[in-house]
Design a protein around this ligand. Sequence first.
Ligand code: PMP
Length: 299
Amino acid sequence: MALIPFDDRDGLIWFDGEMVAWRDAKLHVLTHGLHYASAVFEGERAYGGNIFKLEEHTQRLINSAKLLGFDLPYAAAEINDVCKAVLKANNLTDAYVRPIAYRGSEQLAVSAQLTKTHLAVACWPWPNLFGADRMQGVRLGLAEWRRPHPQTAPTASKAAGLYMIGTLAKHAAEAEGFNDALMLTWDGYVGEATGANIFFVIDGKIHSPTPDCFLDGITRRTVISLAKARGYEVIERHITLEDMATATEAFLAGTAAEVTPVRQIGTQDFTPGKITQTLIDDYSALVMMQPEEVAKRAA
Ligand code: PMP
């Protein structure tokens, strides 16, 4: 199916305080966020009309902006309401929700003291990042690009600028026939995929890289608590490529990717197994629960 260009769709986008027609949600070409990447965003998923862990996503958006030196002109509760309203306005119950906040076109220079912060929220149907046959396991190429040191970039922020590396890594992987790339950290440990965190099963235990230079994803944390509730031991640590070679199962966790088995990384094969399947099932059940129930389980 041909991709419908993202600027040529029907629907409504909330933009700086009002719902506007999708095709009219435009900004000026001299926008600071475009030139200097002063932009942060979120990726959320609605299931059955509820946005999963909405409060956590909104809080991360606010924190991401703070890490880039700007405050959002809306309170968290207002942003939550906007996300819900956008979903409703587009008559969607199962969708991906994309808030983005950025410095505007009021001033264009590295110094951006006079810029205003803008906020837009869009949503659209987006089944799964890896498509329908993902349950057989996706294939990851090993990226040449690495996650930067936390003193080189604000790595705890979901900052648009950090995705420059992701797009380069993903395109290189796709050129070799892989679904995605696995990026190492600046110091050579296993990091993350371009839009999801990674987990391994080693000797029956679940291992996940310490998120010290990339996002500690909301899905990652959810999967860790689901795994612990099942009685699995979860170990967060620095994982080398040699450690990875001893893993039997591997899977990705992210809002867009959900929980997706991995069947190959570089030249190493994995067999999607029981632990991966259990966590896929538990995650699929959790996202369908009402927000109060989800919050209770996380407590
Ligand atoms: N790492 C990167 C680079 C991502 O883009 C994402 C998706 N936001 C994640 C990890 C996973 O984060 P989350 O589970 O909060 O979606």
